[in-house]
Design a protein around this ligand. Sequence first.
Ligand code: RIB
Ligand code: CA
Length: 314
Amino acid sequence: MAARKIIIDTDPGQDDAVAILLALASPEELDVLGIVAVAGNVPLALTQKNARIVCELARKTHVPVFAGCDRPMTRKLVTAEHVHGKTGLDGPQLADPTMPLQDRHGVDFIIETLRREPSGSVTLVPVGPLTNIATAFQKAPDIVGRVAEIVLMGGAYFEVGNITPAAEFNIYVDPEAAEIVFKSGIKLTVMPLDVTHKALTTRPRVDAFRSMGTEVGRMVGEWTDFFERFDKEKYGSEGAPLHDPCTIAYLLEPEIFSGRHINVEIETVSDLTLGMTVADWWRVSLRPANATFIGHLDADRFYALLTERLARLG
Ligand code: RIB
Ligand code: CA
């Protein structure tokens, strides 16, 4: 079967980095047409640099990296250095990338790719704020019907918020963009905190990364050591949630995950609950279902897949 064509839209971020590595380690299943950076965890100047660092670590410098939007559609940028560190990839010492950043704006790359590739053949995988995706849909409404599927990391229901009491970070940074995506009518699979908080970087799992004896394994081990300190302290958990790789793992082995096809709407008005994903998990409203909202995963299978694939990168 031909590899599924995907575009990864990302704000690296240690967990974004692991998601990108997982995708690049799976060329038989996934054809990464391009990686588009967005402002999120850290400003765009860093997320586009970090995306290139990750491609070089994977030795996949043929994958084009683009810079997208440097701020949300209408609001001020909110970043998360308190979680990811000043660089966004704190943990190991990292050399500056040498592979080039593409000249084209990331939004134009998304538009041109969706117009060029056969309709229904490209999946979008956003794992940061949805600014680039929504901006592309606004600039070129004709591409909306050409998207095969969107598999995104964002939102929360039972886990409620991680950046405010009500909202998850990716949705909170650009709720207007999220509303455009969730109302687009495109086949949508959502990896919220409800499932990512069950994918914890426990010590045996991080040790498995390190025992690969590869540069990738060492870097992922150091990234998770840094990344997990915040969540372990906040939640008292035995590891941190490895959010973004859940999207790629879903594309590789969807049976690891389970959820419900329900209505999910975005709060864009109330300051108190701005960015909340109002997920009708119990189907109490008459609002039509617009998303497959994932609530559970087999965490051991997830980490077995992740470890096996990352080991391929050497
Ligand atoms: O809330 C978790 C999400 O916000 C993840 O995508 C993480 O990388 C940050 O972007
Ligand atoms: Ca992210």
